[in-house]
Design a protein around this ligand. Structure first.
Ligand SMILES: [Zn+2]
Length: 465
C-alpha cells in the first residue's frame, strides 16, 4: 500500500518555535513498516524534561506543564530509543521542517548526525487538495478528513492524526495519485545539480509532453504525463530511479515542455515527437515497431507487425499486441483455457498428438478426434473478446479534449482507429477533414482509443467536410 517500506510519523511539543534555542518537551512517534504488504504499526511516546521552564502560554496550549516534565527523562536519555524508531525510514510530520529541525538540533547537541528523507503532510495535503477551503493546518486537515483524534496538541495524538490522514488517503484517493504526490515531495532534494533549482516547479501540473536535453540539440528523452510536474519530478526521485533515470540525471541540462488539453493529446504528441526526433533513451525503452495485431489467415490467427498494417486490416482483427511474443502468450493462454490445439495454432511444431493432447487438455483436432472446422469455430469464439471493434462511423471522427482550466481545447481527428491529426481551431480542422494521409499505426494510440471505446468513455463526433 505505502510507496516505500517504512515511515515514522512524528510530532513534537516544544518550549517555543526556534529549533536552535528552544527545547523539546514531548515526542510522539508512530512507526509504520510495510513488510510484504502487511502493515505493522508501533507507537512510542515520552515526555521530555527540557531543562528550562515552559512559557505559560505554551503550557496552556499543550497541557504540558513544568510539573509534568520535572520527572520525565531528558532528551539524551531517550535519544537512543528515538533514533532506533527513526532508523531507515521516511520522516513524516505536519509542517515537517519544524519537527525535523528540532530533532536534528537535539541530536546535534549530542554529536549525533541525524538525517532522513522528509515528507511534509502540509505539502502532501496542498498537492492533493490544492483548492481545499480552510488551508492545510492540522486542525483543517483533521476536520476535512473527519479524522479521529485521541489528544490534540499532545505529541502522540498529533502523530496518530497525521498517520490516519495518510492511511485514509489510500482509501479515498487512487493509490497511484497518492504515490505520485509522495514521490513528488520526496524527490525535491535530489534534483540534478546542473538543473536550475526551479526546473520542476516551473512545470505546470497539467497534461503535456516533456523533453530532456543534454549538451546536444536533439533531446535525450521525451515523455508524456497528465501531470507534467509530478512525472518529471518522479524521474529524479532518489528512491525510484531506474538505470535510465540515473543516466538521464547525469546528462540532463535543461527541460522543455508542451502543454496539451488532455491525456490523449499528450500521448499523440509524444508519439509524433519520439518518431521524429528518436531520443537515445526512448529507443532503449520502447520498441513500438514490435507491436502489431492479429488477423485470420486461412481461418487461423497470424501476427501482423505494425509497419505492415493497413486501415482495412483493423476491420477483422484482434489485439493490439505489444509484440509477437505477447500475441503468442495470449494465444497460448486461450488454448489452455478452451482446450484448443497448440499444434493447429502453430504454437508447437511437429505432427501427431500435441503436447496438451497427451495431458488430455486438447480436444484432439491434432489426432483427428475433433473436426478442424469445429476447432476453428471454438477458436473464433475464444478470440471474440480480443476483437478490435468496427470503426463506428462512415468517415473520420473527432474527439474533443478540454483542459481542466478550459483555456485549451484540442480536437483530435481519427479514422479506423488511426490518428489523422489534431486541430486547435476551425481552419486546422477543415484541413484535417480533407486530408488523405494518415499517421501510421501506433500501438499506444490505438490501444487507448479502443480501451476507452469499450469502456463507453470515448465520444466520437462525426467530422463533416
Ligand atoms: Zn492438439
Amino acid at each position: 500500500m505505502l510507496p516505500l517500506p517504512a515511515f515514522a510519523f512524528v510530532d513534537l511539543e516544544t518550549t517555543g518555535t526556534h529549533a536552535g534555542a528552544d527545547r523539546i518537551t514531548e515526542i510522539g512517534i508512530v512507526r509504520v513498516d510495510d513488510v510484504d504488504g502487511v502493515v505493522r504499526v508501533r507507537e512510542w511516546q515520552s515526555l521530555v524534561d527540557p531543562g528550562v521552564p515552559i512559557p505559560p502560554a505554551i503550557q496552556v496550549l499543550t497541557g504540558i506543564t513544568d510539573a509534568m516534565v520535572a520527572r520525565a527523562p531528558s532528551f539524551p536519555a531517550v535519544a537512543r530509543d528515538v533514533l532506533d524508531l527513526l532508523r531507515d525510514c521516511v520522516f513524516v510530520a505536519h509542517n515537517a521542517r519544524f519537527d525535523y529541525g528540532f530533532l536534528k538540533h537535539a541530536f546535534a547537541r549530542l554529536d549525533v548526525a541525524y538525517s532522513a528523507r522528509v515528507l511534509c503532510t502540509v505539502r502532501l495535503s496542498r498537492r492533493l487538495f490544492p483548492d481545499a477551503d480552510g488551508g492545510h493546518g492540522l486542525d483543517a486537515v483533521i476536520a476535512r478528513h473527519a479524522l479521529a483524534v485521541s489528544e490534540r496538541h499532545r505529541a502522540l495524538g498529533d502523530a496518530r492524526a497525521i498517520w490516519s490522514f495518510v492511511d485514509g488517503l489510500y482509501r479515498s484517493e487512487p493509490a497511484e495519485r497518492v504515490h505520485a504526490a509522495v514521490r513528488g515531495i520526496l524527490k525535491v532534494p535530489s534534483l540534478p545539480p546542473q538543473l536550475p533549482a526551479d526546473a520542476i516547479d516551473a512545470l505546470p501540473e497539467a497534461p503535456g509532453v516533456y523533453l530532456f536535453y543534454g549538451d546536444n540539440p536533439l533531446p535525450l528523452y521525451i515523455g508524456k504525463s497528465v501531470n507534467l510536474r509530478e512525472r518529471v519530478g518522479a524521474h529524479f526521485s532518489s528512491d525510484w530511479r531506474s538505470e535510465t533515470d540515473l543516466r538521464l540525471s547525469q546528462e540532463i541540462r535543461r527541460i522543455e515542455h508542451e502543454r496539451t488539453a488532455g491525456e490523449l493529446g499528450a500521448l499523440l504528441r509524444e508519439a509524433v515527437l519520439v518518431k521524429a526526433l528518436m531520443p537515445a533513451h526512448n529507443r532503449a525503452l520502447r520498441r513500438k515497431e514490435d507491436a502489431g495485431i492479429a488477423t485470420l489467415v486461412d481461418g487461423l490467427p497470424a501476427f501482423m507487425p505494425a509497419d505492415t498494417i493497413d486501415a482495412r486490416d483493423l476491420d477483422a482483427a484482434y489485439g493490439p499486441f505489444a509484440s509477437r511474443a505477447s500475441f503468442r502468450t495470449t494465444l497460448r493462454a486461450l488454448a489452455r483455457e478452451h482446450r484448443l490445439c497448440e499444434r493447429r495454432l502453430r504454437l508447437e511444431r511437429g505432427a501427431g498428438a500435441c503436447f496438451a493432447r497427451q495431458l488430455h487438455r486438447c480436444n484432439g483436432v491434432c489426432v483427428g478426434e475433433e473436426p478442424a472446422h469445429t476447432h476453428d469455430q471454438r477458436l473464433i469464439a475464444a478470440l471474440a473478446p480480443l476483437a478490435i471493434p468496427r470503426w463506428p462511423l462512415d468517415g473520420p471522427a473527432c474527439v474533443r479534449e478540454c483542459a481542466s482550466d478550459a483555456e485549451r481545447v484540442d480536437v483530435h481527428v481519427f479514422r479506423d482507429w488511426h490518428w489523422i491529426g489534431t486541430a486547435r481551431d476551425e481552419g486546422e480542422l477543415q484541413e484535417l477533414a480533407t486530408a488523405t494521409s494518415r499517421a501510421s499505426f501506433d500501438l499506444d494510440v490505438t490501444r487507448l482509443l479502443i480501451r476507452r471505446y469499450r469502456a463507453g468513455t470515448l465520444t466520437l463526433l462525426p467530422l463533416v467536410r
